[in-house]
Design a protein around this ligand. Structure first.
Ligand SMILES: [Mg+2]
Length: 115
């Protein structure tokens, strides 16, 4: 059993003990994921670039909590849709590697169609 599968099992058990599966359709899981990502963004909202490292230190626990929320909903969304997390990440990164070949993208933050 992978760590990801073990985590997903833990989340599903947590959900099922509370009879929350009825609320966890793809639409609401996607919305919840997006809201939690926004809560992560909110920690950095209006901070100047030179303040970001300080925010990372001062708000470390809050950042961890919000990132955990994002990952929880991502795992539950994957479970709901029968998606194997490791497989979809590897497949997507293969596509990203083709869009961003090392020789063209190294050290650049340019979008693939501008390389
Ligand atoms: Mg949250």
């Amino acid at each position: 059993m992978t760590d990801i599968q073990s985590l997903t099992d833990f989340l599903i058990e947590f959900r099922d003990e509370r009879h929350w599966a009825q609320f966890h359709n793809s639409k609401d899981l996607a919305i919840a994921l997006s809201i939690e990502a926004a809560e992560l963004n909110e920690i950095f909202l209006w901070k100047k670039a030179e303040e970001v490292e300080e925010v990372e230190k001062v708000e470390q626990q809050k950042i961890a909590d919000e990132l955990a929320d994002v990952l929880v909903y991502a795992l539950m969304f994957a479970h709901r849709n029968g998606l194997d997390v490791e497989t979809i990440i590897r497949e997507k990164m293969k596509k990203n590697g083709e869009k961003y070949p090392v020789d063209k993208a190294k050290g650049k933050a340019t979008k693939y169609d501008q390389l």
